[in-house]
Design a protein around this ligand. Structure first.
Ligand SMILES: CC(=O)N[C@@H](CCC[C@H](N)C(=O)O)C(=O)O
Length: 382
């Protein structure tokens, strides 16, 4: 796809929306962004690629600090069901988590500072594979980022439940620790009419799904929070064949590393019980794991105070509670002080839903807010 004459960042979002790609396969997205950067004034910017990701340095006029903005790039395996005339052109894939907005907001802020010099340096990080297997950790270790490593870093995530103009955040934990969960069960297949000669993994899988929910209700302290979601079950081959194999795919969410260890050890015990009870074999794979998103208190407080004190046009600040969503931006925040915030996009369908239609008015709200915030930060004495 080539870059057309673009009048607004909502128009750019629509073009990105049409080309959602899986993690580390964001080839068209990367091409689109590179073409866009080539169309900007080049005096102040430098562009590097890392796998399917991109780093852009905006050189400051008299840099004392370096600030970073991170946007994720990948889509999800969801068959889009919006009413858009610019819906996904990739069957079975959709930007259903707002990464098209996160990128277009990054482009808007970058475009502003490519044209309007700022004292401090900026690094814009377009990161692949947030939905999995996780691009943040390897990107942080990449040679390409080393000399553009920010002193402070920010990111946002769209929030369907808040009106446009709402910014919601808090110091401390904002998003949960996550671990993917894949469980394979192997029994003995056979004829549907002779169950006593087989070892049915559909029954074992159903039992296990029910038992896994008891970890949350019976093992996790009710004053703590945790989630186990099994989002996919596969098993068997035909309606009159007893299933030899079954596979559960899910995710675990916790608010502490300790609770994550507890949940995993209980899952392992239950899976051993299924092996013993059903005389089958089982294996567990935890896939990719993300650290919690932990907002640095001083910088989050500074951002919140700045919004309150400057009465930002069209912006309403909410101090929210933490959510059980995950984000590999948590890895950035482990190494670099900063914060993440929710951006209201006012739509009835939630994240990861085929009908998600964020209100695009939020794009310009965020571009304006972040451009003014970074300008203000860069005017502060160091
Ligand atoms: C913001 C958001 O929705 N992030 C994803 C991150 C997924 C991490 C991993 N693939 C997992 O499923 O554990 C989320 O589902 O919260």
């Amino acid at each position: 796809m080539s870059v057309q004459a673009i009048s607004s960042f909502a128009a750019i979002r629509r073009q990105l929306h049409q080309i959602p790609e899986p993690g580390f396969q964001e080839f068209k997205t990367q091409r689109f962004l590179l073409d866009y950067f080539a169309s900007l004034p080049q005096e102040r910017i430098e562009v590097r690629t890392w796998r399917t990701g991109i780093l852009v340095n905006v050189r400051g006029t008299n840099p004392q600090r370096r600030y970073g903005y991170r946007a994720d790039m990948d889509g999800l395996p969801i068959a889009e069901d919006t009413g858009y005339d610019f819906r996904s052109t990739h069957p079975g894939f959709m930007h259903a988590c707002g990464h098209d907005l996160h990128m277009s907001i990054g482009l808007g802020v970058l475009t502003h500072f490519a044209a309007n010099p700022i004292r401090d340096d900026l690094t814009f990080i377009f990161q692949p594979a947030e939905e999995g297997p996780g691009g943040a950790k390897p990107m942080l270790e990449a040679e390409e980022l080393r000399d553009w490593m920010p002193d402070e870093i920010f990111a946002l995530h769209i929030a369907p439940e808040y009106p446009v103009g709402t910014i919601a955040t808090k110091p401390g934990i904002l998003f949960a620790n996550t671990s993917e969960l894949f469980i394979d069960l192997k029994g003995k297949g056979g004829h549907a009419a002779f169950p006593h000669n087989a070892n049915d993994m559909v029954i074992a899988a159903c039992q296990l799904v029910g038992q896994l929910q008891t970890v949350i209700s019976r093992n996790v302290n009710p004053l703590d929070s945790a989630v186990i979601t099994i989002g996919k079950i596969e098993g068997g081959t035909k309606q009159n064949i007893i299933a030899e194999n079954a596979r559960l795919e899910g995710t675990i969410r916790t608010l502490s590393a300790e609770t994550m260890s507890l949940v995993k050890s209980r899952i392992e015990a239950l899976v051993q019980g299924i092996e013993a009870g059903f005389g089958c074999r089982a294996s567990i794979d935890y896939g990719s794991n993300y650290r919690q998103v932990f907002n640095e208190a001083k910088l989050t407080g500074e951002f919140m105070d700045w919004i309150r004190g400057t009465q930002q046009d069209r912006v309403q600040l909410i101090e929210c509670t933490e959510a059980m969503t995950g984000e590999d931006f948590g890895y950035f925040l482990e190494d670099i002080p900063g914060f993440m915030f929710w951006l209201g996009v006012n739509t009835p369908y939630g994240l990861h839903h085929a009908k998600l239609e964020p209100d695009e008015a939020a794009i310009d709200v965020a571009i304006g807010l972040l451009s003014r915030f970074l300008t203000w930060k860069s005017e502060q004495p160091v």
